[in-house]
Ligand binder design. Structure first.
Ligand code: DC
Length: 226
């Protein structure tokens, strides 16, 4: 039987997570942001002072030892470290800077993939999961696969808006360079690179309002989640 999952993949800043969250709310499914798990693993590795972030076994051992997990809080899964919700801490510039490197480690990917599959298997109705390899590797049998894209300038503009809300003064040129660097790294790594599944539906959100991009996914999903 196909997984009761809607997979939403795409590059950084394409609006995957915000879209996935809204789609989940509309269809009464759980939302699971897989990038949050890679970020939580990166956070504990940095905090523990793991000397080289290229030792996958050591990073996974550290994550297990520090109690990294996904917890179902009803409508969404939250990244937890030692019983504490780290949703805010994982968004720091320090974590963002190192997360591509950590998420490229095969041992880390195996561990996070298993955690995602277990989390969703326990959820009674199903989930909207977003990331880079959800439709290709984590849930290749998802009932619906979406690949979200947007022009890099638009993605940088959206990131700048988010940061501005936190009181930071965003540098759009820098944000744009960071996004491109991360896309390139995520797309060219050896294990599970960012890539659309062969059967994914592509949606370019550059000129779409947020409500329109949510509706575009929901209307394709209704048949599966009545
Ligand atoms: O979506 P995000 O920016 O929070 O993701 C953080 C990093 O995690 C991103 O650089 C790529 C990686 N990632 C991944 O490799 N596979 C996923 N399924 C999700 C995220």
């Amino acid at each position: 039987m196909a997984s009761r999952v809607i997979a939403i993949d795409g590059p950084a800043g394409s609006g995957k997570s915000t879209t996935a969250k809204a789609v989940a709310r509309e269809l009464d499914l759980a939302h699971i942001d897989s990038g949050a798990m890679y970020r939580a693993v990166t956070l504990v590795a940095l905090d523990a002072g793991v000397p080289m972030l290229d030792d996958g076994d050591l990073v996974v051992e550290t994550a297990k030892g520090k109690g990294v997990e996904f917890r179902d809080v009803g409508s969404s899964f939250r990244p937890i470290v030692a019983g504490v919700d780290v949703s805010k801490e994982i968004r720091s510039a320090r974590v963002t800077e190192h997360v591509s490197q950590v998420s490229a480690l095969p041992e880390v990917r195996i561990w996070v993939t298993a955690a995602l599959q277990e989390a969703v298997a326990q959820h009674p109705r199903g989930a909207v999961a977003d990331g880079r390899d959800i439709g290709t590797v984590v849930f290749p049998d998802a009932v619906l696969k979406i690949y979200l894209t947007a022009a890099v300038a638009e993605r940088a503009r959206r990131r700048a808006l988010e940061q501005g809300m936190d009181g930071a003064t965003p540098d759009i040129q820098q944000l744009s360079r960071d996004l491109q660097r991360r896309d390139e790294f995520d797309s060219n790594r050896a294990v599970s690179p960012l890539r659309p599944a062969a059967d994914a539906i592509h949606i370019d959100t550059t000129d779409l309002a947020f409500e329109e991009q949510v509706a575009a996914v929901v209307e394709r999903a209704r048949d599966y989640f009545a």
